[in-house]
Design a protein around this ligand. Structure first.
Ligand code: KG4
Ligand code: ZN
Length: 337
């Protein structure tokens, strides 16, 4: 089976072709960093307009790269939410038009499901159930992934997402946009013990996350004027990592119980989403997994940040499970897994 995937929920327009045997036939992506950089964050209206311009050419380019025509595709998958609604509508309507024109089935993919299943695209040995730490610009969750469409949320953030905290910290420190990679670069030249910063919810028995207090502490450290930006960045990154590890440790204990008698226990810790592209975050989680005798699985860096291959793959998994959607399926700005 060959699936065409389209992603447009934030500031990346992307199209990809993925086979159900895990071959990535083509993947094309157009970022919008330059358009949003002057504003220090993603401007929804600008994002939606850029998706309108880019989605057609990217689908065309993916088909050309794969050496296939629309008639060779078995189904068309697109992100139907959650995300910035203008962008979601552009990608979803494009997929509907292609499905209508080709007579091929449409698959409406939850963007979070795309991230949740992305590790299975590159790791054929990753079996359900597994514990997933999903850390992106919009979400920070711990999920038990028991199967396609079978997710149990163990934890979420009570305020900001981890990626959002990276983005806001980058803005406060004048490191540029997008924030995550900028903070990671600055942190490489800093001392993670230089600035004492809080670890919100550290040690709490529930595995929830909180990053708003950390951001305020970064602001105070900056205004104190006594620290280098690199040291604040390194200390901030270490605080986030300590929280992610501590919260995930609590969830591993909860997840160690069998998901259900038929599913058995988790054997892997998986990380996905844009923040999973951070090398220090990955290294800390890998150590945590090893401590608990779990496999650690992280998609390659390009598959962590938003892309269409993960949407095509989630489409392939849904298609194999017999899940397709009607042409009147809705675009959803909010859509919990
Ligand atoms: O998954 P993603 O591409 O989009 C969403 O679905 O939100 O995640 C984007 C987020 C941004 O907040 C970005 O700053 C963060 O992931 N990010 C990183 C890194 N690369 C991207 N955060 C920390 N370190 C990185 N290297
Ligand atoms: Zn995402």
């Amino acid at each position: 089976m060959l699936i065409l995937g389209i992603e447009s929920s934030c500031d990346e327009t992307a199209a990809a072709l993925v086979r159900s045997d895990r071959t990535i036939v083509a993947h094309k992506l157009a970022g919008q960093e330059a358009a949003h950089a002057p504003y220090g964050g993603v401007v929804p209206e600008i994002a939606a307009r850029a998706h309108v311009e880019m989605v057609g050419p990217l689908v065309e380019a993916a088909l050309a790269e794969g050496g296939v025509a629309l008639r060779d595709v078995d189904a068309i998958a697109a992100t139907a939410g959650p995300g910035l609604i203008g962008g979601v509508m552009v990608g979803l309507v494009t997929a509907k038009a292609l499905a209508l024109a080709s007579g091929k089935p449409l698959i409406a993919v939850n963007h979070l499901e795309g991230h949740a299943l992305s590790a299975r695209l590159t790791d054929p040995d990753l079996q359900f159930p597994y514990l997933l730490l999903l850390v992106s610009g919009g979400h920070c969750q711990l999920l038990l992934v028991a199967g396609v469409g079978r997710y149990r949320r163990l934890a979420t953030t009570i305020d900001d997402a981890a990626g959002e905290a990276f983005d806001k910290t980058a803005k406060l420190l004048g490191l540029g946009f997008p924030g995550g990679p900028a903070v990671e670069r600055a942190a490489a030249d800093g001392d993670p013990r230089a600035v004492p910063l809080p670890r919100p919810l550290f040690g709490s028995p529930e595995p929830h996350f909180s990053f708003a207090g950390l951001k305020s502490a970064v602001l105070r450290a900056r205004d104190a004027g006594t620290h280098r930006a690199e040291d604040i960045a390194a200390s901030f990154q270490q605080a986030v990592i300590d929280c992610l590890v501590d919260r995930t440790r609590v969830a591993i204990r909860a997840a160690a119980l069998p998901v259900s008698s038929q599913d058995g226990s988790i054997t892997a810790l998986v990380v996905a989403g844009g923040v999973a592209a951070n090398r220090s975050v990955r290294a800390a989680l890998e150590t945590l997994a090893a401590e608990h005798g779990l496999r650690f699985v992280a998609p390659p860096l390009w598959l962590c940040t938003d892309n269409a291959a993960m949407i095509a793959w989630a489409g392939a998994e849904r298609f194999a499970a017999g899940l397709t959607d009607p042409l009147d399926v809705a675009a959803r700005p909010r859509w919990p897994l």
